[in-house]
Design a protein. Structure first.
Lengths: 156, 243
């Protein structure tokens, strides 16, 4: 994965949150780290699969509270599971668009998926991932890149 | 002369004929044959030359009083016959190397005791009736100091600082993101079971962990070479003793 492509993807994802709030509430990115345990997953996740030199996925996983903040910022008066999932799908489309913008020259990008934590058991994600914490409106989300060699079992 | 040979008494040696006549040293050696000690050890206990014991044993064997028994490898190795002490630089087998420092085979009782007891017997015929101390199989007190072998890879005594390794990888990259992704590529090539076995479930790029699991070190070295074409940096090694 080319670092400049990766920087573009990270920055335009941060911009999505930045444009929704005032300057004092700009998102901040924490120290990146590698994760080797069970997949990092909060209440919801927006995910795209990518395939190129490696295969894997990009996803952002968020808390329910952050999704509720997004609903409020979009002027959505109803806060229930259906509207929260709608908000997650919106986030998935943003992620997919950002990934296509950044990586489409060298990577194939799948259609986006919206996942709840209950879907985690049905997923097989790469065992190693590159994690960037994003803190916004006092909530921490995680932008995750999981890659593995292509010869391994394809992800579902 | 084979100083590693071990003899045992035959039935005739245990109950010699009343008319049997032997030289004094032959009687002494007969009393000291115990199915445990080799020629050299008996000679050492009696404080006589091994060749004299050997000659006595040969005489006793001809008379059917003792017989040589097969020896175990460990029994053979404790004999100087297995070792060449004359040249410290001489090539040795592994067994010779392991035992090269050990010369302290200590009989459980002294030669003086053994020499005195047979002479005090009213009849030299009754070997079985002699003092039990004279014929009880002496427990060997072989002191074998532990001496670990030096590993050719020198990995056993060393560990790796993961922070130093990561910094080395990142120093090869043009910017922070490239460096972190390069580190991730290296770790991506390592089975997570192996990392978790070493209590590594997550790792920040500014965090240090000292690992000494040879399998993990080997996997890191292989992945570094395979992913980035880099040799493993000597600077990443740390001496465990220094920790």
């Amino acid at each position: 994965m080319d670092a400049s492509q990766f920087d573009i993807f990270r920055d335009i994802t941060l911009d999505y949150f930045a444009k929704l709030t005032h300057e004092k509430d700009l998102p901040t990115i924490g120290d990146a780290y590698m994760h080797f345990d069970s997949p990092l997953f909060l209440d919801y996740a927006s995910l795209v699969n990518i395939s190129g030199a490696y295969q894997g996925c990009l996803y952002i996983t968020t808390s329910r509270k952050l999704i509720e903040h997004l609903l409020a910022l979009h002027g959505e008066p109803d806060n229930n599971e259906e509207t929260r999932l709608d908000m997650c799908r919106e986030l998935s489309n943003v992620l997919s668009g950002n990934a296509s913008h950044a990586f489409s020259s060298t990577w194939q990008i799948s259609v986006p998926r919206t996942l709840r934590i209950t879907d985690l058991e049905t997923l097989r994600l790469p065992p190693s991932s590159f994690v960037m914490p994003i803190t916004w409106l006092k909530e921490t989300s995680y932008l995750v890149v999981g890659l593995e060699h292509r010869s391994e079992e394809p992800m579902r | 002369m084979n100083t590693a040979a071990i003899y045992r008494r035959t039935a005739s040696g245990d109950e010699p004929d009343v008319d049997l006549r032997l030289r004094a040293l032959e009687w002494t050696v007969l009393f000291n044959v115990d199915d445990q000690r080799n020629v050299n050890e008996i000679a050492s206990a009696l404080q006589v030359q091994s060749s004299h014991v050997w000659d006595a044993l040969a005489s006793l064997e001809r008379r059917g009083l003792v017989e040589e028994r097969a020896v175990l490898l460990s029994e053979f190795l404790r004999s100087p016959a297995a070792l060449d002490q004359s040249d410290p630089d001489a090539e040795r087998t592994l067994g010779e190397f392991l035992y090269r420092e050990d010369r302290s085979i200590k009989p459980a009782y002294t030669a003086a005791n053994e020499l005195e007891q047979p002479s005090k017997q009213s009849s030299p015929m009754s070997v079985r009736n002699a003092s039990p101390a004279a014929f009880a199989p002496p427990p060997l007190q072989v002191s074998i100091p532990f001496e670990p072998l030096e590993s050719p890879l020198e990995m056993k005594s060393r560990a790796v600082s993961l922070l130093t390794l990561m910094q080395y990888i990142m120093s090869q990259s043009r910017d922070q993101t490239s460096g972190q992704l390069a580190v991730y590529r290296v770790f991506m090539g390592i089975k997570t079971d192996l990392l978790r076995r070493n209590n590594i479930t997550s790792l920040r790029f500014t965090e240090d962990r000292i690992v000494d699991d040879p399998e993990l070190l080997s996997a890191l070295e292989a992945s570094l070479q395979r992913s980035l074409g880099l040799p493993f940096p000597e600077s990443a090694y740390v001496e465990l003793d220094a920790l």
